[in-house]
Design a protein around this ligand. Structure first.
Ligand code: C5P
Length: 238
């Protein structure tokens, strides 16, 4: 059974650990996220190996944020590898620059709305404007779509509101902050179960620690995939 709605976050330190985990998970997992934690551990090499030699889809989670020219140059460099998804922060000028950089490649640009680990108190500390998190997430998602993002990253709790935006038509919603019932929340604050995330309109769920920290990662992934195929997980979007 492969179901690319599940994206496994390979938040392990290096290529060897990443390959070992991918081997344990086997054919049932077809989509991996590689992020900043593996930047110095060969993350890009692993991304290319998993894509080219193992036929996996790859989400490179770089959360780029800089002046437009630098974002564009960084995205152009990454886009030559034709990985599937790449994240940038959702500020409209960043998204526009990323689109320019990705022109001519198959890489889809996903905009980060507000990190799923943050709550309102964290936004206050970051001097982010007043408003509830769902309102701010929806505003940032709308701006990112208008700037040309192929999709957004958001909490599964906000997926339903984003899916309802007219600008979200044909766009991807990818949700980290997903926890099977009973799993440790870690630092995630705005979570749902995988099935609820899909039912809320997410196209893909990103799951890290509940899989890679599990005593039996293959079983943990299998259980999540089983939940995704249950009728409760039917997306209104499909
Ligand atoms: O271990 P866990 O399931 O919480 O992993 C979630 C993954 O999704 C991590 O790699 C984290 O960096 C990423 N992520 C997130 N919130 C976002 C964007 C990405 O948690 N808004």
């Amino acid at each position: 059974m492969t179901d690319d709605r599940l994206i496994v976050a390979l938040d392990v330190p290096n290529v060897l650990d990443g390959l070992a985990l991918a081997e344990k998970l086997g054919d049932q997992v077809s989509f991996y996220k590689i992020g900043l934690g593996m930047l110095t551990g060969g993350g890009l090499a692993l991304a290319n190996e998993l894509k080219q030699d193992h036929g996996k889809r790859i989400f490179l989670d770089m959360k780029l944020f800089d002046i437009g020219a630098t974002v564009e140059a960084a995205v152009r460099g990454i886009a030559q590898f034709n990985l599937d998804f790449l994240t940038v922060h959702g500020d409209p000028y960043v998204v526009r620059a990323a689109r320019e950089g990705a022109a001519g490649s198959d890489t889809k640009i996903l905009a980060v709305t507000i990190l799923t680990s943050l709550d309102r108190a964290d936004l206050d500390h970051a001097c982010m404007k007043d408003g509830t998190i769902p309102d701010l997430v929806v505003e940032r998602a709308g701006q990112a779509f208008a700037a040309g993002a192929d999709g957004v990253i958001a909490s599964p709790q906000e997926a339903k509101l984003i899916r309802a935006l007219p600008e979200a038509e044909g766009k991807l919603i990818v949700t980290p902050g997903v926890r099977p019932v009973g799993a440790d929340l870690g630092d995630q604050k705005r979570v749902t179960t995988p099935g609820e995330a899909i039912a809320n309109g997410a196209d893909h769920v990103v799951v890290g620690r509940p899989i890679w920290k599990a005593a039996d990662p293959a079983k943990a992934a299998h259980d999540i995939l089983a939940e995704l195929s249950s009728p409760q997980a039917l997306s209104p979007n499909r």
